[in-house]
Design a protein around this ligand. Structure first.
Ligand code: ADP
Ligand code: MG
Length: 393
């Protein structure tokens, strides 16, 4: 690419570069009519000024939870004669009760936003604001599992319903973590899960449709081969049915084709993109893990390098969970961090597994109780490198 093209953002392929941005919201979302209707029905009472049921949405990454919810929020904003206000909160960023409240305040009561008021004061303003015209407030907590003091947050939001004389608060919670529900405090769970909605992974033909739509909305004519799209969809469907992954493949392939000054994006560029995207995804998965899960994963990676036990295919090395814990404890101590209990580590293991970073197997009889056999699904050197950078190990 020429420097001037980079500067002017001129591309041989794209009419609108935004279509490949993670923040781009297409005009119509495909294959999710049922799910979006479910959200619409769930929030209808709130829009009518009643208190509806709280809704919990879950499903794997890239199944469209965020974009479908945002779409419905956009619809709410086009209805003018209602007393409903909405806040969309990305809990990856606003990851505590206090931060969520400051986000709500800055969305709607900006005069109080910048002065470092305490939570009790902000809560009072919030209650006054709801009561002033008996409004209903809908808060969307996306990636809600990232909130550190979630029980407190849910308690405070639902308590608002008892504290207001008119109006009310409803919650939509969203999470990528399938096992999240089981781990919640029973009170928090019954508040959040009054109603549930599951987003299932996309199949290959749906991913193809989603990619095709982006190409139509943002690419110049005849610059992407259909075969390339079909190939990208098949790869993403096989990985996890994740639309984000499919879109990343297309974005990376576009970048490669631009660099090589090609006139068309073909299967070959998708193939090359794949390696890049996979690395990006591992890096992202690791860097967004909570600290102690990173340390445990690091311990697994170190043990895996030293392990001589191999699984059937001879490539995957097995680590015994006990060995990984021991190593985790000594790594934590050497970093002057209090190690978490074995019970927590078991939870972490199941998180790492649901993120697709490791695979586990119960050990057969004869090995000490509760032992799991862990195998790492990515090269240990790669995982170690990412974590070492973060902790300056
Ligand atoms: P999740 O929140 O479930 O992880 P997102 O809503 O962020 O998933 O979707 C991931 C990416 O895929 C986004 O860029 C989104 O625009 C796109 N996407 C997901 N579902 C659809 C769909 N049904 N139609 C068009 N684009 C979609
Ligand atoms: Mg999301």
């Amino acid at each position: 690419m020429e420097l001037k093209d980079i500067v002017t953002n001129e591309s041989a392929f794209l009419k609108d570069r935004n279509v490949l941005s993670p923040h781009y919201l297409p005009n119509t979302l495909l294959y999710r009519d049922e799910e979006m209707n479910k959200i619409r029905y769930a929030i209808a009472p709130t829009l009518k000024g009643e208190r509806g049921k709280n809704l919990f949405i879950y499903g794997k990454t890239g199944t469209g939870k965020t974009c479908c919810t945002k779409k419905v929020i956009e619809e709410i904003k086009t209805i003018t004669d209602i007393k409903t206000k909405v806040s969309y909160v990305n809990c990856r960023i606003y990851n505590s009760r206090y931060r969520v409240f400051t986000k709500i305040i800055s969305d709607h009561l900006s005069t109080y936003a910048k002065s470092g008021y305490g939570l009790p004061f902000l809560y009072e303003r919030f209650i006054d604001w709801i009561e002033e015209d008996g409004k209903t407030f809908l808060v969307v907590l996306d990636e809600v599992d990232m909130v550190k003091d979630l029980d407190e947050l849910v308690y405070t939001l639902s308590r608002a319903n008892d504290d207001v004389k008119s109006g009310g608060v409803s919650i939509i919670g969203i999470s990528n973590k399938l096992s999240f529900k089981e781990r919640l405090d029973p009170r928090t769970r019954s508040t959040l899960y009054e109603d549930e909605l599951v987003f299932t992974p996309y199949i290959s033909s749906q991913l193809f449709g989603i990619l095709k739509q982006r190409v139509e909305e943002g690419f110049k004519e005849n610059t992407v081969e259909e075969e390339a799209l079909a190939y990208a969809s098949a790869i993403a469907a096989k990985e996890s049915g994740d639309a984000r992954y499919a879109l990343k493949l297309l974005a990376k392939a576009t970048e490669l084709a631009e660099q090589k000054k090609l006139s068309k994006i073909t299967k070959k560029e998708i193939d090359e993109a794949r390696k890049n995207v996979e690395e990006e995804i591992i890096d992202e998965a690791i860097t967004t893990l909570p600290e102690h899960q990173q340390l445990l994963l690091y311990a697994i990676a170190c043990s895996s390098e030293k392990s001589f036990q191999k699984l059937n295919d001879g490539k995957e090395r097995i680590v015994f969970s006990g060995e990984a814990y021991d190593r985790y404890i000594s790594i934590s101590k050497s970093l002057k961090k209090e190690p978490k209990s074995i019970r927590w580590c078991r939870e972490y293991i199941s998180d790492l597994e649901s993120l697709g970073l490791i695979r586990t197997q119960e050990s057969g009889k004869g090995i000490r109780g509760h032992t799991k056999l862990i195998s790492l699904l990515y090269p240990p050197e790669r995982i170690k490198k990412v974590i070492e950078k973060k902790f300056s190990l």
